[in-house]
Each structure stands twice: as structure tokens, then as C-alpha cells.
Ligand binder design. Structure first.
Ligand code: CA
Length: 222
């Protein structure tokens, strides 16, 4: 599948090499060097590759501004060891990150993964999953229990949605974290437990969201 890439990178050498490699793989590339230009062009892209060190704007500000208006997948390009920026980037809604120098094979694999997740997120409106008296409206992002909206947070809903698109099927913690957060580092692991506790409390249907010890979770009883 051809992915239209917006490449935001001010180093002309890096940008040129990346654009050429992506183009050779059949991915059209729009290449810009400034954050302001990224804000003008992201709507035409299926994926944004975003360098954080830009001449006019902080890359994280660019990310924040894109995220305010668009769900387009964003992969952040960072300098080695820039861990704080990575964590902030993921919190701001980056889908993944790559450390420079970027290796093409890794970039292509990450691109493929984030685009697949983005496609999976766009569930057709009207898709509703029912498990007992729990009704999960994936299009409207709403959950009714016995006919009442239980008011899930965004993350609670996303966790439930990952399980709901494959009811009765075991989903590993790793996969759950990967699909909801785009990563599986330690902070996310703790966060997942917190959101799961909240989700179970709001559903108030003990046993409906089954824990599979040492593996993950399943929507549906044993
Ligand atoms: Ca730069």
C-alpha cells in the first residue's frame, strides 16, 4: 500500500536520502524543512515523519498542533538519548519514534505498523459489539451497560475497543499496549492496570473482562 508521507526535516542531506528511499519503495513524499510548513501540509499525508529539532518551531509544538486537529499517524525522529522528548512526544500523541540515524528497514516496518493501527482505528460508524448487556458502539465511541452510558475515558474506551473487535479472543498485554499507546514500555504497563481497574469498575460486570494470567485479557466469560 502506498503511504503518502509528509517528511518534516531541516537537514537537507537526511531529508533527501529519506525521501529518495521512500519514493523508491512507492511512497510519495512531501518534504518540508520548517514546522510552519508541516502545519500546512499534514492534511495531504497518510503519515508524518517529524524531526524534533526544527529551525522555526519546536517539533513537539508542531506535534501538539497537528494532534489538536488530526488523527494522522506521526512518527517522531529524535536524536540519540533524547529520552525526555520521546516520552513527551508519546504523551502528546506521537504513534511511534525512531532514533537518528534512521535505518530504512526499521522505518518501513514502523510505518507499516502505525498505518495499520490507524486503519484499524477507523471503524465504520454503526459497528456495535454486544456482549451480554454491554453494548460497545465503536463508531460513536460510546459504551452502554443495561442501556446506560457508562462514560468511559478515552483510554478506557480504547482498551475496551481493542478487546471488543475480537470478542472471546485472548489479547496479550503487549498487543493491548501496542495498539492503544503504540508502545509497551514500563510506564504504559502501570498505566494499563490503572485504566483496566477504572474500566472494570464502570462496566460493573465482574468476570466479563477476563484476565488470562501471564498473558493478557479477553472480553467474555470463561
Ligand atoms: Ca533537525
Amino acid at each position: 500500500m502506498a503511504v503518502r508521507v509528509l517528511l518534516v526535516e531541516d537537514d537537507a542531506g537526511v531529508a533527501g536520502a529519506l525521501a529518495e528511499s521512500l519514493h523508491a519503495r512507492g511512497h510519495p513524499v512531501i518534504s518540508v524543512a520548517r514546522g510552519a510548513d508541516a502545519l500546512h501540509h499534514h492534511r495531504a499525508a497518510d503519515l508524518v515523519l517529524l524531526d524534533l529539532g526544527l529551525p522555526d518551531l519546536d517539533g513537539l509544538d508542531v506535534l501538539r498542533k497537528i494532534r489538536a486537529v488530526s488523527p494522522v499517524p506521526v512518527i517522531v525522529l529524535t536524536a540519540r538519548g533524547d529520552e525526555r522528548s520521546v516520552v513527551r512526544g508519546l504523551r502528546l500523541g506521537a504513534d511511534d519514534y525512531l532514533t537518528k540515524p534512521v535505518r530504512l528497514a526499521e522505518l518501513l516496518a514502523r510505518m507499516d505498523a502505525v498505518v495499520r493501527r490507524a486503519v484499524a482505528r477507523t471503524v465504520p460508524a454503526g459497528d456495535v459489539v454486544r456482549v451480554e448487556d454491554v453494548e460497545i458502539d465503536l463508531g460513536a465511541r460510546r459504551v452502554l451497560v443495561a442501556g446506560h452510558d457508562v462514560g468511559l475515558t478515552t483510554k478506557e474506551f480504547e482498551i475496551l475497543a481493542v478487546l471488543a473487535v475480537r470478542p472471546g479472543t485472548a489479547v496479550s498485554r503487549q498487543q493491548l499496549m501496542d495498539e492503544v499507546w503504540g508502545d509497551a514500555y514500563l510506564a504504559v504497563s502501570r498505566s494499563l492496570d490503572v485504566h483496566l481497574t477504572g474500566l472494570r469498575a464502570k462496566l460493573d460486570r465482574p468476570g466479563l473482562l477476563t484476565t488470562i494470567r501471564g498473558f493478557g485479557y479477553r472480553l467474555g466469560r470463561d
